[in-house]
Structure formats: structure tokens, C-alpha cells
Design a protein around this ligand. Structure first.
Ligand SMILES: *Cc1c(COP(=O)(O)O)cnc(C)c1O
Length: 470
């Protein structure tokens, strides 16, 4: 596969270059495949859907063709995904796609574990390790640390702002041993990011250490997230036919979004033939994308803090990829869009629990409320002349092409549950008066020894530490 750049169409690189560089330093653009090949329809249209790993293999294949042989790709996928992507029906028209069954209990495990194994593959034959530096405000660091832990040829240093991540998040970041370590920086997330960025532009340091990033803009994190969209949409299509004789339902993926990487992966799955009719871009008070869809003007802005903090993004990095793939008109016809404030998030967790008995986390809760409002007449109101207002929480004034299928009750929603509710137990407790059951793998991490290394917010001290310790 050839990869081009969102800013400069003449750029042509292979998969390895796109993965190792992360982004195109020269243009500031993001890598994107030149094509999204459709899966064989006989494969997609089997009466019983293929396994998650078979789907992952078939979907990954064209993107690594000529660079990773089939047998190695199969081994990478086998090793990356020992856990399921579970689709659970919560009511007659709503499914929840649980993406939290991986080691760190968030969907980022799907992308990070594939990326780690691909990077390790491309580092074979080198006689020095590749050093990954990653700044994190919480969830990304633990997914990356866990994904790279004990992966040969790779070495990870995580930087996080001391005192600014939750107790559970800190445990998830700071308890690795071996090839992964965490530095707790006396500063903010932005300070951590600045230390990492300065290191990448430091020629003296780069002459001594092979450095790379594990940023969410890396194409090798984005592609694998498309696997579960394909898998889940086939599960929903097949089971709604088997159980309810529903023919050709409109399947709508409801995606709680921050940087819009997850949603971009959904677009890739749809291009490759997943039976997904449309998307709901669901956000918290960081409503840059709803405003863009409503007005056509894209205005990045500083982020605001919310209960769904993994989506606190004011300048979503994958906007650039969405824009390279589709015109605004195409986005408006494919997407409904929705945003919810903190009070709405609490109400939604409660509403979901009261109606279905399902305990949803604050990110998934944005999706639940968006889907409920859409099913309960949201589009009718807009069709009947209510103007709508993207500056207020709720449905963005935009009518996607699939609105009639919702009106005709022929639509099924898949809400992507991006994290386990136990990762946000204070908010969940606040909403429904009980705390979610903590999975064993989170319980275990709470008992591990904290190994974080204190670090000043000072580049020279950071650099000296890297040179002495890596
Ligand atoms: C990262 C994250 C998101 C946002 O995903 P994007 O790909 O950045 O849109 C949503 N929910 C959780 C729990 C996350 O960790």
C-alpha cells in the first residue's frame, strides 16, 4: 500500500515509513492510505460472521502488502488480540460494543497493541532498541506502556503530569518494570508534551538514541481500530436477521469522540464494506466538530475539562484526515452530531441504567444520550422546522441521509463503549449511587508497587536523564 499525506498529495511512502515517522515532519501532515480496498463480499456476507481475528487479518492485509508476509501478519494479530470485542444487546434497537476487555480496560488497547507489534517487526535486525517517548494525560500512556511491555527491541518512557491524573490512572502508568518506565513530571500535560517534542528536535540526542513516538496520529494505531467496526456490524446484521427477521437495517455507529481517531477508523471500515449506514459523532462540551458540522466553520479551541476526560480535546487531530477523505457535504450526509455537558452525562448514566440495567461509563454515556434523543424524535423536530442550535447541548442541526430509516424504525444503533465504567467509578457512583464492579486486571494493578521516577520540568535535566539511563 502507498501512503500519502493529508497536506501534500505528491507524498508517497510505504507502510514502514508511515509507521516509523508517525507524521510527516516536513509538511506537518498525517499519513493516509491512497485507497481503502473493499473486502471480498463472499467473506462479508457469510451467514455466520468470520472471527474477529480472521476479519483483522483480511482487513490489515492490503495495508501491509509487500512489507509484512501473511504468516508474520497472522502472528502479529494472534498475539495482539487475546481478548474479545463483545457486542451486547441492551434493548431492541441498541447494542453496546464493549471495547474495554483489553489489559488497560479502554479501546486504545486495540490500536496500541497492533502498533507495538508492527514497530517491533520493523525493528528486527537493528542492533539497538527503538526508544519510544510518550507524553500522556492518562489513558494513552497506560495503553502504550502495556502494549509495548516486554515487546522485543522496544523501550518506552512515559511522561505524565504529577498530581494531575487519577489514582487508578497513576497506578496504571507507574507500575511497569523492564522495558517500560514512567517519569512523573512536575508540570502540566503540555509541559510533558513539550519535553518530548524538544527531545525529538534535539540533533545531539537523536545521534545517540533512536527515538520514535507512539502518538495517536500514527496510522498503525488507526487501521486496527477499523477491525471491530467490521466485526460488530456483521454481528449485529446477522443477529438482527436471525432473531428479529430484520432485513437490511440501517446500522448506525455511535462514537464518543475526542481526537476523532476512533471515528476515522469507522469510516475506514465502512469504505472497506462494513454494513454501516451512518455515524453519530458524540462529544462532551468540547464541541469543535458539532460546530463545524452546523456552521461549516472549523475553529479549534482550548479544551475544557469534563467527566468524560479522555475526550477533552478542542483541536481534534483527525479532523485533518476526515477532511482529506470527505467533503463537508458528504460528512453532513453521513454523520449526525451531538454534544452533552457534565449534567447531561450524569443524567445519561442514570437513564441508561434505569432503562436497561447496563452500567455505562461517562464516555459511552454521551453516546447513549445521543442515540436516545435520535430515536425519540430528534430528527422529527429538526424536520418540522425547529432550528436547533449547536451552541446548546443536544443534536446538532443537521439531517443525515439516513434520517428516514430512523423515522421508519429500521435503524439499529451500536454504541461504542470506549472504557470500562470502573475506570470512572466516582462519576458512576455520583450518577447511580453504586460503584461498578472492578475487573481483576484493574484490581491487581492497584496492589502493584509504584515505580514512577520524579522528573523536573526542565529539558536539560530530562535530556541528561535520558542519556544516562536509556
Ligand atoms: C481516547 C478515548 C476516547 C476518544 O477517542 P478518539 O479516538 O480520540 O476520538 C474516548 N473514550 C475513551 C475512554 C478514550 O480513552
Amino acid at each position: 500500500m502507498i501512503y500519502t499525506d493529508t497536506r501534500e498529495k505528491s507524498v508517497k511512502v510505504d507502510f514502514k515509513t508511515a509507521v516509523v515517522n508517525g507524521m510527516n515532519e516536513k509538511t506537518g501532515g498525517l499519513y493516509i492510505p491512497v485507497a481503502f480496498p473493499k473486502l471480498d463480499s463472499a467473506f462479508i456476507n457469510r451467514n455466520t460472521e468470520p472471527s474477529f481475528r480472521d476479519i483483522a487479518f483480511e482487513m490489515a492485509k492490503p495495508y501491509v502488502e509487500g512489507e509484512i508476509p501473511d504468516s508474520d501478519l497472522a502472528a502479529i494479530i494472534q498475539d495482539a488480540y487475546p481478548f474479545p470485542a463483545k457486542t451486547v444487546a441492551v434493548d431492541a434497537a441498541t447494542y453496546v460494543l464493549e471495547l474495554f476487555h483489553g489489559p488497560t480496560c479502554a479501546f486504545k488497547d486495540f490500536g496500541a497493541r497492533f502498533m507495538a507489534r508492527v514497530m517491533s517487526y520493523f525493528n528486527r535486525g537493528e542492533n539497538s532498541p527503538l526508544h519510544i517517548l510518550v507524553a500522556t494525560s492518562g489513558d494513552t500512556g497506560s495503553a502504550v506502556g502495556s502494549a509495548f511491555h516486554n515487546v522485543p527491541g522496544l523501550d518506552v518512557t512515559i511522561l505524565y503530569p504529577e498530581g494531575k491524573v487519577s489514582k487508578l490512572q497513576e497506578k496504571q502508568l507507574s507500575t511497569f518494570d523492564g522495558n517500560v518506565r514512567a517519569l512523573k513530571v512536575k508540570g502540566t500535560f503540555d509541559d510533558c508534551q513539550k519535553l518530548v517534542k524538544t527531545a525529538f528536535t534535539d540533533a545531539e540526542l537523536r545521534a545517540k538514541l533512536r527515538l520514535s513516538s507512539a502518538n495517536s496520529i500514527n496510522i498503525s494505531r488507526l487501521l486496527p481500530q477499523s477491525f471491530y467496526y467490521m466485526y460488530s456490524s456483521l454481528v449485529v446484521r446477522n443477529s438482527s436477521w436471525r432473531n428479529n427477521k430484520l432485513e437490511h437495517p440501517a446500522i448506525v455507529a455511535v462514537v464518543p469522540s475526542g481526537n476523532f481517531g476512533n471515528l476515522t477508523s469507522g469510516l475506514i471500515a465502512r469504505e472497506m464494506g462494513a454494513p454501516i449506514t451512518g455515524f453519530v459523532a458524540a462529544t462532551n462540551s468540547n464541541r469543535t466538530i458539532p460546530d463545524w458540522i452546523a456552521t461549516g466553520d472549523y475553529n479549534a479551541r482550548p479544551s475544557v475539562e469534563t467527566y468524560a476526560n479522555a475526550m477533552d480535546v478542542g483541536a481534534p487531530s483527525n479532523y485533518e484526515r476526515i477532511q482529506a477523505m470527505y467533503s463537508l457535504e458528504q460528512v453532513r450526509s453521513l454523520f449526525a452530531s451531538y454534544w452533552l455537558d457534565n449534567d447531561g452525562i450524569l443524567e445519561s448514566i442514570k437513564d441508561c441504567f434505569n432503562r436497561t440495567g447496563y452500567t455505562i461509563d461517562p464516555h459511552g454515556a454521551v453516546g447513549w444520550k445521543a442515540w436516545s434523543d435520535i430515536r425519540n424524535g430528534g430528527f422529527e423536530k429538526l424536520t418540522n422546522g425547529e432550528k436547533g442550535d449547536s451552541t446548546k447541548p443536544g443534536l446538532t442541526p443537521n439531517l443525515p441521509a439516513w434520517k428516514d430509516q430512523v423515522l421508519n424504525k429500521n435503524a439499529l444503533g451500536i454504541i461504542l463503549e470506549t472504557a470500562h465504567p470502573a475506570k470512572f467509578s466516582d462519576t458512576v457512583q455520583h450518577a447511580i449511587g453504586r460503584t461498578p464492579v472492578v475487573p481483576d486486571r484493574l484490581e491487581r494493578v492497584l496492589k502493584l508497587e509504584d515505580r514512577a521516577i520524579p522528573m523536573e520540568n526542565n529539558y536539560e535535566i530530562f535530556k541528561a536523564w535520558l542519556l544516562e539511563n536509556l
